[in-house]
Design a protein around this ligand. Sequence first.
Ligand code: DGL
Length: 251
Amino acid sequence: MNAAPVGMFDSGLGGISVLREAVKMLPREKFIFFGDTANAPYGTKPREEVLRLSRRAVDFLLEKGCKAILIACNTATSAAAADLRLEYAQAPIIGMEPALKPASLLRREGIVLSLATPGTIAGEKYAHLMERFGEGVISLPCPGLMEFVERMEMEGPAVENYLRALLAPYKDARVDAVVLGCTHYVFLRPVLSRMLPGVPLVDGNEGTVRQLKNRLMEKGWLNESGPGGTELYSSGGEQAVMTMARLLSAE
Ligand code: DGL
């Protein structure tokens, strides 16, 4: 089992930010990544639909012999992780969660802004997180934001205008941290740091990959001999795979 690949999926490019972290932390593992570009976005679809698409992604990855699945998408984790864990007992399934817990540790007298998809924010999992770590947190659903990343438009006036309008009500507030609760938004770090200088931007990527590592170690399935590597697939065709590869190798 140790040499088998780890499967990862997202609605598109966002999961590449998780894959990058995974390659860094687990260089000897082989990763198979599936981007469901043809069905993006997930974040504005009904839960049942995201569950159906997530099942398809997991089937695809298990057919490729994956030993574990990392859901590199907050929306799909919220909509589908619990069901998938019951349905696919053979492989550990690791999910993402918006980093409200680490952000809560950074809060002083100010507020925490939590950016995520409408689907994630409406989900039960998010409500539970808010009960525990939601003091001072303002949740901002961001329909349409992942699309900038999908178009590789991580900089420029259009994305800046979107973010400026989103953040305008908090212009004079003391913002202690911003949660990047969607894996696509991790690619917006440069533009967000310019707009919110000095404010920590917190994502869940490293914590999730650490969890993957722990699960593999518990099972005795960690690949310690390599060779590591990545294999990319997309429901959006060759062009989408090329974009994923470009983003994966970009610094
Ligand atoms: N990257 C995804 C997430 O983390 C989903 C974006 C979308 O498809 O709406 O939630």
